[in-house]
Ligand binder design. Structure first.
Ligand code: CP
Length: 310
C-alpha cells in the first residue's frame, strides 16, 4: 500500500486503512529489529535529515537508529548551532536540505503547522516528530502498535488518557488514531488542562481518576508539560499526584491485567509513582522499542511510495 500523502503530518486526516497498514508493517520491522545483526538494505542510498527545534531523546534517537538500521545515510542538523541562529528561515533551511539531495526530513517544532509548511515547500517527504500542541503522529502509532501487540485488537479496547490533555500532542494523535480504529477513549485530568469541546472528537471526558480507570484496559499517563504552561494551571506536583497520579492505590482499583503506558520522559513520582513505573504491567520500555519499529516501517513505506511515484 502507498500512503495518500508524501508527508506524515498527523493522524487526524490519515485514513484508518493507512494507520492499520503502518501498525502491521511495524510488527514486521520489529522482527528485523530483534535480530542480532541490525543492518538491512531497505533504505540504501536514501538520505534522511532530522531537524529538531525542541529537545528530544526518544523520538530523535529512534528515528536516527531506524534509518541507520535500514541502511540510510542519517544526519542531524543541530538547530542550536546551525544558521537558524543567524536568522535563516524554515523555508530556506528546507531549500538548503533539498539542494543537498535529502529524501526525508524529520522535524520537531514548537509551532503547530511548521511540518506542513515545510512539506508544502519540500519535494521529499516530511515526517512530523511533534509540532506545538498539535500532533505527534509517530508516538500515536507506536502507542497503538503497543496496545495491539498485547490485546490483539484495538476495536472495543477501553483506553484512558490522564493528565495535561490541553498541551499534549501525544493525546491528540492517540485520540484521532484510537477513535478511528474503534477504541473507546476516556480522557481525565484537571479542568484547567482540558481543551474546549474535546468531547466532539468522540471521547468521554472525566475529572474523576478512579471512575475513569476502573474499566480501562489501558491507562496512559501524560507528562506534565511545565515548559508549555503559562503558569497557574497546576497547584503543585504533590497535589497533582494526589488527584491524578497513578500509584499502587490506583492500580488496586483497575482491572486485572491493566496496561500502564507513558510516552516519556516521566516525571517520576508525579504522573506515575516509581513503583508503578518500574512494575511489569508498565510498558514504557516496550513503547520505546516499538518506536524504533514504527519509525523503520514509516521510513520504508515513504521511500517506497516515492520510488513508485518516479
Ligand atoms: N515521547 C517523546 O516524544 O519523547 P522525546 O521528547 O524524548 O522525543
Amino acid at each position: 500500500m502507498l500512503l495518500q500523502s508524501k508527508d506524515v503530518l498527523g493522524l487526524q486526516y490519515m485514513p484508518s486503512e493507512e494507520i492499520s497498514y503502518i501498525i502491521e508493517s511495524a510488527a514486521t520491522m520489529k522482527e528485523l529489529l530483534m535480530q542480532s545483526a541490525k543492518k538491512m538494505p531497505h533504505l540504501q542510498g536514501k538520505s534522511i535529515v532530522s531537524l529538531f527545534y525542541e529537545n528530544s531523546t526518544r523520538t530523535r534517537m529512534s528515528f536516527e537508529l531506524a534509518g541507520k538500521y535500514l541502511g540510510a545515510t542519517v544526519s542531524n542538523l543541530g538547530v542550536s548551532t546551525s544558521s537558524v541562529q543567524k536568522g535563516e528561515t524554515l523555508l530556506d533551511t528546507g531549500k538548503t536540505l533539498e539542494a543537498m539531495g535529502t529524501d526525508i526530513v524529520i522535524i520537531r517544532h514548537p509551532l503547530a503547522g511548521a511540518p506542513k509548511f515545510l512539506g508544502d515547500n519540500f519535494s521529499g517527504s516530511v515526517l512530523n516528530a511533534g509540532d506545538g500542541m498539535h500532533e505527534h503522529p509517530t508516538q500515536g502509532l507506536l502507542d497503538m502498535f503497543t496496545m495491539k501487540e498485547k490485546f490483539g485488537e484495538l476495536k472495543g479496547l477501553n483506553v484512558t488518557i490522564i493528565g495535561d490533555i490541553m498541551h499534549s500532542r501525544v493525546a491528540r494523535s492517540n485520540i484521532w488514531g484510537l477513535t478511528k480504529l474503534g477504541a473507546n477513549v476516556t480522557i481525565c485530568g484537571m479542568d484547567t488542562m482540558m481543551p474546549c469541546a474535546i468531547e466532539r472528537t468522540g471521547v468521554t471526558v472525566s475529572n474523576n481518576l478512579i471512575e475513569s480507570v476502573k474499566d480501562a484496559d489501558v491507562v496512559m499517563a501524560l507528562r506534565i508539560q511545565k515548559e508549555r504552561q503559562k503558569g497557574g494551571l497546576l497547584p503543585s506536583n504533590r497535589e497533582y499526584h494526589t488527584f491524578f497520579g497513578i500509584n499502587d492505590d490506583v492500580i488496586d482499583k483497575c482491572k486485572k491485567g491493566v496496561m500502564i503506558m507513558h510516552p516519556g520522559p516521566v516525571n517520576r513520582g508525579v504522573e506515575l509513582s516509581s513503583a508503578v513505573m518500574d512494575a511489569d504491567f508498565s510498558v514504557i520500555d516496550t513503547q520505546v522499542t516499538n518506536g524504533v519499529a514504527v519509525r523503520m516501517a514509516l521510513l520504508y513505506i515513504l521511500t517506497r511510495s516515492k520510488n513508485n511515484e518516479a
